[in-house]
Write a protein that binds this ligand. Structure first.
Ligand SMILES: Nc1ncnc2c1ncn2[C@@H]1O[C@H](COP(=O)(O)OP(=O)(O)OP(=O)(O)O)[C@@H](O)[C@H]1O
Length: 575
């Protein structure tokens, strides 16, 4: 909880003010029974009307002060807790954004969403309660007990003996609560994950008529959330009756013993009334305990989950290197690179070595699962090579700061991802200050400009969530244009032209060939590979052939087979 609540540090002064007013409210509240006792003993029983009026005015004044202090305390508690949760959410979001892909993959997206929403709300509530009642309730219990002892130690004895039992009981309940509520948050994660997955796959679910099946899976998860939540609340529900029972027993002892004392002259009626009043206040404070424990237990579970993300170990990024040093030379060199995904034991790349000069175009081919995407991921350092070295712009990739490195690289992933917003917003996403001409220029090269201008709203056409209102080929070409807007010196295309027709693809390659960028292009098509300077053929993570089309036809039986099979499908002659 320490790391999470360190985000409240900037609000130390405001927290101080809130606590000061809470203490004022508490002090005033503790004085009230004393004044009531005075009204009874010195006013009513002594028959002194002036004393009744005088203490009555003091009582009203004290109530007014308690009221004012309570409002000011609430104001600051709300202000601090909202600002704290805003800062924490921002920090957590920033941390997630800064994660390497390896670290990002450790947390399911749904778990991160739960942390950013409900977990932060939980700790925000506990901070608010902390400033409002969390300290006030125990202080009220302790203060009431001290005051009761001051008023009449004999009468207060029964309150004192019940106290340690209640404390032990509370301690046990807190521990149980923390465990149960961490289960609840985990169940919530699972539910969120399921909702997210289902909503994304809604077309597939309809096409496969799996609606009922998915609904029953959903209700299974929802039921387990309900069961665990009920369990956690059951623990919490026991707290209040047990506390009230203990306090009522103590109160009974005070009244029984107090009546005897008054008869024997050992206590005054006002004193008994004051102690009963303190006991009632203690009971009231104890009744707040069940809420406090519940909030504490939930927030402990939640803050643990938030800290898991905040303190997660990640790829150590180099200190920022000056932009002037980030020379965009464009060489890409792999030297004996092997790679194993974190948490697995199988090498998906084995001893891969090749060199690319600036502006060279490399086609990467290979069967599905042969390691093509994995190889590309090492260039912008989504992952680090397990063995060997990747050199970019003539320097070990680990010696670049991630920012300097990624600024020079354009990535077009296998699955085109667009964001909700206009086409212009999407194109300028990687370069915010890009001019409209730059966007249109990139769109022309990516063969999407003509399509965009035919839309009634042109570049202002809104793209739906994940680009639902665009075809697969349109999305691919927009993704390529988005990468081109950044004018990268290294361009990575991971099978990003698969949805294009032959004519459009040929026109696109003509443009890309002229582009001043080193290009690594994953493709399954010989037609595309022919446009590259060299071809790299991967087989189960190893380079099985490397060279020009002609060299590969000579040296690689596998390449020859691929070329032959594609030639049979098409009219071109590759072999
Ligand atoms: N995040 C991951 N964690 C563990 N293993 C992975 C991960 N991603 C891919 N792999 C494994 O690495 C191997 C290579 O996958 P990769 O995606 O690089 O292949 P590919 O050649 O690009 O395939 P495709 O043509 O189907 O995209 C596969 O066996 C795959 O199961």
């Amino acid at each position: 909880m320490k790391t999470v609540f360190s985000y409240a540090k900037p609000y130390k002064l405001l927290i101080g003010i809130a606590l000061a007013f809470m203490l004022l409210e508490l002090t005033v509240e503790l004085m009230q029974p004393l004044v009531i006792a005075k009204i009874i003993d010195d006013g009513i029983i002594a028959g002194n009307r002036d004393q009744i009026i005088q203490y009555g005015i003091i009582l009203i004044a004290l109530s007014a002060v308690a009221f004012g202090a309570g409002i000011i305390n609430s104001y600051y508690a709300a202000h601090v807790s909202q600002s704290f949760s805003f800062d924490l959410r921002k920090a957590l979001y920033g941390r997630i954004q800064s994660f390497s892909i390896a670290t990002f993959n450790k947390f399911p997206a749904s778990g991160l969403i739960t942390r950013l929403t409900s977990d932060i709300t939980m700790v925000q509530q506990v901070l608010f309660m902390g400033l409002r009642i969390m300290l006030r309730a125990p202080l009220l219990v302790i203060g009431s007990m001290i005051m009761a002892l001051v008023v009449n130690a004999k009468l207060a004895f029964y309150l004192v003996i019940v106290f340690p039992f209640l404390l032990i009981f509370l301690y046990v309940m807190v521990r149980k609560g923390v465990t149960y509520f961490s289960f609840v948050q985990r169940r919530l994660d699972r539910l969120n994950r399921m909702i997210q997955e289902n909503l994304q796959a809604v077309r597939l679910i309809k096409a496969y008529l799996r609606g009922k099946y998915e609904a029953s899976r959903f209700s299974e998860v929802a039921v387990s959330l309900k069961v665990d939540t009920v369990k956690a609340f059951r623990v919490m529900e026991i707290i209040l009756p047990v506390l009230l029972f203990g306090m009522n027993l103590a109160l009974l002892g005070v009244i029984w013993f107090g009546a005897n004392e008054i008869r024997q002259g050992g206590a005054q009626i006002g004193e008994l009334v004051a102690i009963v009043n303190y006991a009632m206040r203690m009971t009231g404070a104890f009744s707040m305990f069940s809420f406090i424990i519940m909030a504490y237990a939930r927030s402990k579970a939640s803050s643990g989950r938030i800290e898991e993300v905040l303190l997660a170990e990640d790829v150590r990024e180099k200190e920022e290197i000056g932009e002037e040093k980030a020379v965009r030379r464009g060489e890409v060199v792999f030297e004996n690179v092997s790679f194993t995904y974190p948490g697995t034991s199988r090498k998906v790349l084995k001893n891969v070595s090749f060199k690319m000069k600036p502006n060279e175009k490399l086609a990467i081919m290979g069967a599905t699962g042969s390691g093509k995407s994995s190889l590309l991921q090492l260039i912008p350092r989504f992952y680090d090579a397990t063995e060997g070295t990747v050199y970019i712009h003539g320097r070990d990739v680990k010696d670049w700061s991630l920012r300097s490195l990624r600024k020079t690289i354009g990535v077009v992933p296998q699955q085109s991802l667009l964001f909700t917003g206009t086409i212009s917003d999407n194109l300028s996403w990687g370069k915010e200050q890009a001019l409209q001409e730059e966007l249109a220029g990139a769109a022309v090269k990516a063969q999407i400009h003509d399509t965009v201008v035919r839309f009634p709203k042109g570049y202002s056409t809104r793209v739906g969530q994940k680009g639902v209102n665009l075809s697969g080929g349109q999305k691919q070409r927009l993704s390529i244009a988005r990468a081109l807007v950044r004018k990268p010196s290294i361009l990575i295309l991971d099978d990003s032209t698969s949805a294009l027709d032959v004519k459009t693809e040929a026109a696109l390659w003509e443009e890309l060939e002229r582009e001043k960028a080193t290009m690594l292009v994953v493709t399954q098509k010989i037609r595309t590979a022919l446009k590259a300077d060299r071809i790299l053929l991967l087989e189960e993570g190893e380079i099985s052939a490397y060279g020009t089309h002609e060299q590969l036809l000579e040296s690689s039986e596998l390449y020859k087979q691929i070329a032959k099979s594609q030639q049979e499908e098409e009219v071109d002659e590759y072999v």
